[in-house]
Design a protein around this ligand. Sequence first.
Ligand SMILES: [Zn+2]
Ligand SMILES: [Zn+2]
Length: 360
Amino acid sequence: MVRAAVLPAVSQPLIVTEIEIPAPGPGQVRVRLAAAGVCHSDLSLSNGTLRQPVPVVLGHEGAGTVIEVGEGVTAVAPGDRVVLNWAPSCGACHFCALDEPWLCANAGAGATAPYAKLASDGSELYAGLGTAVFAEETVVPENAILPLPDGIPLTDAALLGCAVLTGYGAVHHAARVRGGESVAVFGVGGVGLSVLQSARIADAGPVIAVDVSPAKEELARAAGATDFLLASDDTAKQIRKLTGGYGADVAIECVGRADTIRTAWSSTRRGGRTTVVGIGGADQVVTFSALELFYFGRTLSGCVYGNSDPARDLPVLAEHIRAGRLDLGAMVTERIGLEGIPAAFSAMSRGVGGRALVVF
Ligand SMILES: [Zn+2]
Ligand SMILES: [Zn+2]
């Protein structure tokens, strides 16, 4: 039996309780979690903005140590330090064949069948995004496991699994930011901080951070923002002012709201790129006029998991961390236990803090 934070049903409070996870089957790996980041997508899954079968153990940004492997597992062995990948690719579908594993048609398979049981009454539990890291242990398929390169602290490595792969990928793969380009970043949470640090790695400038909370300024500047703006009706105008009147070469939206996406678009220069990283609800509708689509000649793109290939990108991220260019610890603003997740959700919806990290 292990302790886990269970969401009994959409919009109900999380319950920290004991669960039973069966031994790993063929091709599966059991991991003892060291830490799990609390991501905005967990909040969206808990309140029904994103859908997931319930009852569920959420959490998809985790790192830990392999403690048991099922039959046929060759990639890892007990004792290995690993990061979990919530979008494991099958290597065989249309998108994998196109070398776009972040779009793998089978990536969500781990979330659709029960994986564990409640110890109290034996009711079946689903694994949030297939990973279920809001628990002391989890069992995942072998392809959801990424070996952690040496020299990276195991607890902070949890952030690599979502915020950092997503933020770094948004800058380097989706928006393809080049040295000297101006970048505007909307939303300074875990992903936004990772985007800011990644823009610094790309040698971008100016890098303008925008958030609704003035308390985010210090965090944003420490992550590489050269300017900080408090979100207002005037944001696009202020960004044009900071970029010679043109608008940012690249605007990266990390919130997932229609009005923020619209502001990011309006803050982008003619011919620039607007990249949407935030995951919004189906009710968030953004509108553009046909004339502005033509006149501004901007590119608007979505991005899934930072358009990252985790197996390819993790060693690159590790190199940036070892060289001191990427600081995982600076993104963590709170270290909590499983009981602290509801408060972390509430802080996130109020726009307070960076990443909260559950440390086991
Ligand atoms: Zn996430
Ligand atoms: Zn695939």
